[in-house]
Design a protein around this ligand. Sequence first.
Ligand code: ADP
Ligand code: MG
Length: 335
Amino acid sequence: MAGLTKKYGEVVAVAGIDLEIARGEFFTMLGPSGSGKTTTLRMIAGFEDPSAGTIELAGEDVSGVPPYDRAVNTVFQDYALFPHMTVGDNVAYGLKVAGVDKSERAKRRDEALEMVRLPGYAERKPSELSGGQRQRVALARAIVNRPKVLLLDEPLGALDLKLREQMQIELKTIQREVGITFVYVTHDQDEALTMSDRIAVFSEGRIEQVSPPQELYEHPVNEFVAGFVGVSNVIERDGKRLTIRPEKIELLDSTAAPGGLHSERGKVVEVAYAGMVTRYTVALDAGGTLQLVRQNVDSASSGALPEQGKEVLVGWRPEHAASVHGKSTNEEEAS
Ligand code: ADP
Ligand code: MG
């Protein structure tokens, strides 16, 4: 897509985005609520017309092509299954509408249910399924007519955390197996990092950065991205703004830092025990606060870990302090 823009009166929902998504890619649009993700997805699906810009699918401009003629399907958060129909009829519904004959329909229905790990569920009613299973039926229904691109708008948003984490892994596996391009919308950074080949970070209708998960996390281009994807740990040193990820910061026992580490003194201002890890907030003597985490390898109750108010030495490898622009690209352009 190029120069893609959507205005609703005065509101600029999408402010001119350029993106190229590769075939077979798991591509995620990540951003806070109201940043334009759903609007972008709806324009790809054909439910909304762009105010400006173009969208190509498999090399063809789809301007003016209605949703049902695009090789695209959408999965929403509220899976919207037909409650009175069986699971099998729900999955095969689109094929029936398209005039696919009965035996072919049954074959493709069973293939799709197999792909989402629900073989043998065709005769059940949606009400007899769990939330996760219903979402898988919605997925089967969306892949049964073999779209080139599947659009997913916060599809796991209604599930509780455990199930959501399990479904993240499963969705990624299914995507790899079926080979369909996924364009996935979420506001959950962990979800984005877990599942995606690449992530576009949205803010106020624009894209701040497009990168694979690891690069996004380790080399955020600005403070907005650094803060939205991960903990915002920004300090200013020598006129430069630096971001350092919590897990890269060590709590040093001795008064002298081991060779190669940049170290600073500070005071523990907050301790939050979270089971697997403990999170510390340290106010540095040279200014700024940093959050760091320590794995609770030893028992946290043994008294070996620093408490609130304690003076500590923290250190990090200089290459883990990434220099970031203070502003987001949006603000720079606006000012
Ligand atoms: P996201 O999915 O990232 O939460 P949306 O794409 O839904 O964001 O919305 C982006 C912006 O566009 C928001 O400010 C929203 O209020 C506005 N918006 C979305 N749809 C409409 C609409 N139909 N009419 C007016 N404003 C809209
Ligand atoms: Mg949305």
